[in-house]
Design a protein around this ligand. Structure first.
Ligand code: PLP
Length: 380
């Protein structure tokens, strides 16, 4: 299988699998126990926390809370901040191109939280939020701004620096869903956001473990009560998962240190786009005008159903996705693409191909050929 669905999840690396196996066999004690076995498990967690803090640009390890993944981190960040705010400050400003974890949470909070309100920043045709609109959207009711670092469907990198600068000046908290960038981009040495969410399985770590970074000095209300993780997230820690995330962080730090690694995959992604555009008449790449993640391309085959194409691709040995993985199986076009103004017949035929640091030139050559043949077959 040529696996081009790395924004949905990545394959755990050999080092990650080995580290987790070792943790399961040797660090199985409860990290809260005072005996030596418990303390050995605690040290494993501390080590992983330090590695992840380094991957996040060198934040303090104390700012890292382990969760079950980005979805939980996002829920903890947004609920944890807004519940603690007075009802007069419960407006969130976000964007229509966020992951469902945020979009659906905002819908749910409308029925749950007194005086909760949502405002949306506008998005360009390239899939980039308009940070300048934030100035006029922020008012005294704003409790939090939440903008993703990069989009999971198009790879468009968002103007987080500018959003962070405005939030700082206007004294509003800023959360960024950085799930698609952690392990893919070097983080600035001083993170400008107050809260940041990410997940291990997007950078060759295991599923079911993630992190919420909360700037030092900022209090948030836990959503799962208990003593662990400084009281921020109760529950005995997922030691093998955390160890796996730490190992994945260590590998990502080494890989990111050499810029040529990213350039090499970006070149493969560009070759893939060029090859498909040449071979498939009428195909279009969505959001090319944006600064994009090196691994992502979203190519539309207008008037085809993406689901039909995905199934044929899968039978022919290529794994890809339509929009967000979680919405696969639904015939609705991606709300993210619609929010960018992509016309419905085009959005219906949009397929996301996402490479990884393991994708090879041979795989890309073969994938171009397979995509061209599958589209031709469906069209005929
Ligand atoms: N945010 C973004 C941008 C994502 O791409 C994903 C995963 O698809 C998530 C959040 C949710 O991550 P998790 O699967 O770890 O809950």
């Amino acid at each position: 299988m040529i696996y081009l669905d790395n924004n949905a999840t990545t394959k755990p690396s050999d080092a990650v699998v080995q580290a987790m196996e070792r943790a399961l066999k040797e660090a199985w004690a409860n990290p809260s126990s005072v005996h030596r076995a418990g303390q050995a498990a605690r040290r494993e967690i501390d080590l992983a926390r330090a590695q992840i803090a380094q991957l996040l640009g060198g934040v303090s390890a104390r700012t890292i809370t382990f969760t079950s993944g980005a979805t939980e981190s996002i829920n903890l960040a947004i609920r944890g901040v807004l519940v603690a705010m007075p009802p007069t400050k419960r407006t969130i400003i976000t964007s229509p191109i966020e992951h469902e974890a945020i979009r659906d949470l905002c819908v749910a909070l409308q029925g749950e939280l007194d005086a909760f309100a949502v405002k949306h920043m506008p998005v360009s045709r390239e899939g980039v939020v308009d940070a300048s609109a934030l100035e006029s959207l922020i008012d005294e009711s704003t409790g939090l701004v939440s903008v993703q670092w990069a989009n999971n469907e198009t790879g468009a990198i968002q103007p987080v620096d500018e959003v962070a600068r405005i939030c700082k000046v206007r004294k509003v908290l800023f959360h960024s869903d950085a799930t698609q960038v952690i392990g893919k981009l070097l983080m600035p040495s001083e993170l400008q956001c107050d809260l940041l969410s990410c997940s291990a399985h997007k950078f060759h770590g295991p599923k079911g473990v993630g992190v919420l970074h909360v700037r030092e000095g900022l209090g948030i209300r836990p959503q799962v009560w208990g003593v662990q993780e400084l009281g921020r997230r109760g529950g005995t820690e997922n030691v093998p998962g955390i160890v796996g995330m730490g190992a994945a962080a260590r590998e990502a730090i080494a890989w990111l240190a050499d810029e040529r690694n990213r350039e090499a995959v970006a070149t493969l992604r560009d070759q893939f786009e060029r090859g498909v555009l040449q071979r498939v008449e009428g195909s279009v790449v969505i959001g090319t005008g944006a600064d994009r993640l090196w691994n992502t391309t979203n190519i539309a085959f207008p008037h085809l159903e993406a689901e039909a194409l995905l199934m044929l691709l899968s039978e022919s040995g290529v794994a890809a996705s339509a929009g967000a993985a979680c919405s696969s199986g639904s015939l609705d076009p991606s709300p993210v693409l619609l929010a960018m103004g992509v016309p419905e017949p085009v959005a219906h035929g949009a397929v996301r191909f996402s490479l990884s640091r393991e994708t090879t030139a041979q795989e890309i050559d073969n994938a171009i050929d397979i995509v061209a043949r599958c589209v031709a077959k469906l069209r005929s």
